[in-house]
Ligand binder design. Structure first.
Ligand SMILES: [Zn+2]
Length: 85
């Protein structure tokens, strides 16, 4: 048994559906919650998963979601001003 990093509940690590969730560790329901949230992040941030920098950005939100990093949960309108066309 392991404790979920997100909700704190105990879960059977042999019952996890996605092996990626083992790295936190996360229970199935919290991992599902993250994957749903990840889609929102990808859409809002317009992330392209083929780009390493964008994958890194998503990883940061993943860590924030699981409480490993402090930060804003989502940034809808990044005011960086560096991407002026
Ligand atoms: Zn959980």
């Amino acid at each position: 048994m392991k404790s979920c990093l997100k909700c704190g509940k105990q879960f059977d690590e042999n019952a996890i559906e996605d092996s990626d969730s083992a790295k936190y560790p996360s229970c199935n329901s919290c991992w599902k919650e993250w994957t749903t949230y990840a889609v929102i992040v990808i859409n809002e941030m317009r992330l392209d998963m083929s780009l390493p920098e964008h994958r890194k950005a998503l990883r940061k939100y993943e860590r924030i979601f699981f409480g490993l990093e402090k930060g804003e949960e989502i940034k809808k309108n990044p005011e960086e001003g560096s991407n002026v066309n």
